[in-house]
Design a protein around this ligand. Structure first.
Ligand code: GLU
Length: 416
C-alpha cells in the first residue's frame, strides 16, 4: 500500500494514535481532529509588468481554547490548504507542549518568492495582511514568519495592518525586525531551542556532544542558525548540510562562516569550498550521531527510514517524518525529538516578543535565551517522563502532554 503523504491526514493520524492511548472521549477527539475555522481568499497583485496576478491565500485558526491563535505564514509554490491545516494543528500542540498561553494557527500563500521582485513580494505581503486584517489581532490571532517569509515581510505586514487599524499595535505580528519591536534572539530562536533539546536528548542517551557528528538538511533561517549554534554552543562537528539544490560534505567538519560566505555569493550551499557534493537523500542516510531535518515535510518516509543511521533525530522542520517511518525509527532504537517539541523555540520567543511589546520593554539576548532554555527544558522533561512511564514513542508522548492540555481548556470553556 502506498504511503499517504497528505500532511493533514498525517496530523490527524498522529492525533488518533494519541487519542487512543489517552482514552480521549470520542466527542473531544472528533472536535480536535478539525480546525475551528479557516479563511480562503484571493490576493490580487499588480505585477511589475502592469498585469494583475491573483494569488491564493489561507489562514487557519486550528484551536484557540488556550489563547489567541499563533503561527507563521508560508510563501510556497506547493502550498495547499491541507498543508496549512496540518501546520496549524501542529502549532496547537506546539504552544501547548511549551505551555504558552496561546492556541495554534498557520497561514500560507501559493507563490514562488524566488520569482517575485522585491516590490512584488511587498505587494503580496501587504495584500495578505489586508485580506486577514479583520480576523487577526493581538487577542485573536498573531502571525509570524515561516518558510520563505522573514522579518522584512513581517515589517511590511505590520505597517499595512497599523495603517488599516489606525494605531500602533506591534504585538499583532512577531518575528519583526528589532527596530520595529522584534525580540533579541528571535531569528535564531527555533535553532537555539533545538540546540537545547539536543543537549537534553544527549544527556538522556549518555552521548557526549562535543566532537559528535551532525548532519543538517535545509539551510534556510533554521538550518543555517542550527549550523552556527551547533558549532558555537554544542561543539558538535557538522559534517554535512544541504538546501533544495543539493548538499555538501566534509568528514572533518564544515565551517559555518565559510558556508555562509559561499551562500551569500552563490545563493546555495552547493559547490562550497572544502567540501564534496552529497545529495539530500545521501545526507539523511549518513552515519552521524545527530541528524537534523530542518527543511520541509515528508523527508523521512517508509522508503528511507530503514537506512537512517543517526542516534538522535532532532526535527527542526515541521512534519519531516511520516507515521510509518516513525515506527521503523522507534524499532531501530533511534531517539527522536519530535517536531513540535524540538522546534518550539521559535514560537516561544515569539511569545516573549508579544510580552515585551505589551510592556514596551526590551529584554537582552542572554535573558531571552535563558528563559527559552527554561521553557524548552521543562517541555522536554515532561515529554521524556511521559514516554518513559508509558513506554511509548516520544512523538506520541508529546501528543499526550499537549492534547491533554488543549482538551482541558476546551472542557473548561464548555465547548465539548
Ligand atoms: N513558524 C514558526 C513555527 O512553525 C514560528 C511560529 C510563531 O512564531 O508564531 O513554529
Amino acid at each position: 500500500m502506498t504511503e499517504n503523504l497528505n500532511p493533514f491526514a498525517i496530523a490527524q493520524a498522529q492525533l488518533d494514535e494519541a487519542a487512543e492511548v489517552l482514552q480521549l472521549e470520542p466527542a473531544m477527539h472528533r472536535f480536535l481532529r478539525e480546525p475551528l475555522r479557516e479563511f480562503h481568499f484571493s490576493i490580487p497583485v499588480r505585477m511589475d509588468n502592469g498585469q494583475t496576478e491573483t494569488f491564493r491565500g489561507y489562514r487557519v485558526q486550528y484551536n484557540d481554547a488556550r489563547g489567541p491563535a499563533k503561527g507563521g505564514i508560508r510563501f510556497h509554490p506547493d502550498e495547499t490548504i491541507d498543508t496549512v491545516r496540518a501546520l496549524a494543528a501542529w502549532m496547537t500542540w506546539k504552544t501547548a507542549v511549551a505551555d504558552l498561553p496561546l492556541g495554534g494557527g498557520k497561514g500560507g500563500v501559493i507563490c514562488n518568492p524566488r520569482q517575485l521582485s522585491v516590490s512584488e513580494l511587498e505587494r503580496v505581503s501587504r495584500g495578505y495582511i489586508r485580506a486577514v486584517t479583520r480576523f487577526v489581532g493581538l487577542t485573536q490571532d498573531v502571525p509570524a514568519p515561516d518558510v520563505h517569509t522573514n522579518p522584512q515581510i513581517m515589517a511590511w505586514m505590520l505597517d499595512e495592518y497599523e495603517i488599516l487599524v489606525g494605531h500602533h499595535e506591534a504585538g499583532v505580528i512577531t518575528g519583526k525586525p528589532q527596530e520595529l519591536g522584534g525580540s533579541a534572539g528571535r531569528s535564531a530562536a527555533t535553532a537555539m531551542g533545538g540546540i537545547f533539546a539536543i543537549r537534553e536528548a544527549a544527556r538522556v542517551q549518555g552521548i557526549p556532544l562535543a566532537g559528535s557528528t551532525c548532519a543538517i538538511q535545509g539551510y534556510g533561517n533554521v538550518g543555517s542558525h542550527a549550523h552556527r549554534l551547533a558549532h558555537e554552543v554544542s561543539d558538535l562537528k557538522v559534517v554535512a548540510v544541504s538546501d533544495e539544490f543539493g548538499g555538501i560534505y566534509n568528514p572533518n567538519g564544515l565551517d559555518p562562516a565559510v558556508v555562509q560566505n559561499h551562500l551569500r555569493e552563490a545563493r546555495t550551499v552547493k559547490d562550497c569550498p572544502d567540501s564534496e557534493f552529497i545529495s539530500n537523500s545521501e545526507l539523511l542516510e549518513l552515519d552521524v550521531d545527530v541528524l537534523v531535518p530542518a527543511a520541509i515535510e515528508n523527508q523521512i518516509t517508509s522508503k528511507n527510514a530503514d537506512l537512517i543511521k543517526a542516534k538522535i533525530i532532532a526535527e527542526l522542520a515541521n512534519g519531516p517524518t511520516t507515521p510509518r517511518a516513525d515506527k521503523v525509527l522507534f524499532d531501530k532504537g533511534i531517539y527522536l525529538i519530535p517536531d513540535f517539541l524540538c522546534n518550539a523555540g521559535g514560537v516561544t520567543v515569539s511569545y516573549f516578543e508579544m510580552v515585551q511589546n505589551a510592556y514596551q520593554f526590551r529584554w537582552d539576548e542572554s535573558l531571552v535565551n535563558q528563559r527559552l532554555d527554561n521553557k524548552i527544558t521543562t517541555a522536554f522533561q515532561a515529554v521524556q517522563k511521559m514516554a518513559q512511564s508509558k513506554q511509548i514513542e516520544n512523538r506520541v508522548a508529546a501528543y499526550l502532554v499537549a492534547v491533554a492540555r488543549v482538551a482541558e481548556a476546551v472542557r473548561l470553556r464548555g465547548w465539548v
